[in-house]
Ligand binder design. Sequence first.
Ligand code: XLS
Ligand code: CA
Ligand code: CA
Length: 438
Amino acid sequence: MSEIFNVPAIKYEGPKSKNPLAFKYYDKDRVIMGKKMSEHLKFAMAWWHNLCACGTDMFGRDTAEKSFGAVPGTMEHAKAKVDAGFEFMSKLGVEYFCFHDADIIPAADDIKETNKRLDEITDYILEKMNETGIKCLWGTANMFSDPRFMNGAGSTNSADVFCFAAAQVKKALDLTVKLGGKGYVFWGGREGYETLLNTDVKFEQENIARLMRLAIDYGRKIGFDGDFYIEPKPKEPMKHQYDFDASTAIGFLKQYGLDKDFKMNIEANHATLAGHTFQHELRISAINGMLGSIDANQGDLLLGWDTDEFPFDVYEATMCMYEVLKSGGFLNGGLNFDAKNRRPSNTHEDMFLGFILGMDTFALGLIKAAEIIEDGRIDGFVADKYSSFNSEIGQKIRSGNVTLEELSDYACAMGKPANPGSGKQEYLESVINNIMFG
Ligand code: XLS
Ligand code: CA
Ligand code: CA
């Protein structure tokens, strides 16, 4: 078959290379802390941004051309996107992809016809997967674009729309299992509200949990043995979204008994929209045993909306990979570039340049995160900071083997506690700079 992209396969050439179409840091077979870079990073392509989005924004039309030789809106175009996607991933050495049902076919008016198209296209995707060895990281259902979801999917006021959402989740789970995906994402773009004046929050949250429970039961029945994920995001498109951040989503999962089957899919840009750092969201997920997968992108802190940029900030990527390494690495998850080129970066070559930037940024992040761990100054400082809890009274507190009266007696006998010790933030930040540039 003739090539779609007039771009060569992207190779590692090292940091001295000036070739824009080469990796400077991502050297897939390089071993870091006992594992190949490609195994640590598990990069994935987001079907929607890379193969579907052409630059339309609220004020202007498409700037990029992604017909790939077919007429948009047809099944031929859906197949051309498969050809383009697999050529693109193969040339970059990206081993996984993520998809929504709506990304891979033009939806029909009738759901039965849509499902037939989904069967047909996933047969074709499966062929390509077998040819190339590329795998599915996770699947999901788009329950936010169609007008029927204007009042929510799981949280809708319409029982009929709830059934429609259920049908989409069922089919998207079927497809994820068919393609061997080990993750299934719920991103609740329409699960929230514009005003409390028209919203029964308790009713809506109970129904979202109900839909998730139905998904778990069905998924396990058809052999889905991967992880379900909630992808927190505080706002956009809704004013308030229920899965505000990792803490909120984890609390919700625990409240409704969904926490054994669900983990978090943390997106960097969503973290900053929630007023957190990316690292914060990863840490909160990790300490709850719920760091599942990552949407690797970055936002613009000067803008209040979701810009889904390719990750460029090496500090952020480093602290992300530090959290990933400390939590034992990915099990079923990976790093999905839920990222799009800027609107004026509208050539096919720009699609490759975006991925090269993202992959090199995370390769550097991995290298530097491993150095932070091997250096030991940061972890050593933190361990030492809490060392007073190794004392007899500290151990008693930690084991829960003490009463408030005993602690009070201890304090009264002591008179005055010693200075708890400097937090040394400036020193620790200079350690990080030393590791980054040393
Ligand atoms: C939108 C979300 C979405 C999810 C998948 O902001 O990032 O693309 O990743 O539905
Ligand atoms: Ca995302
Ligand atoms: Ca986003």
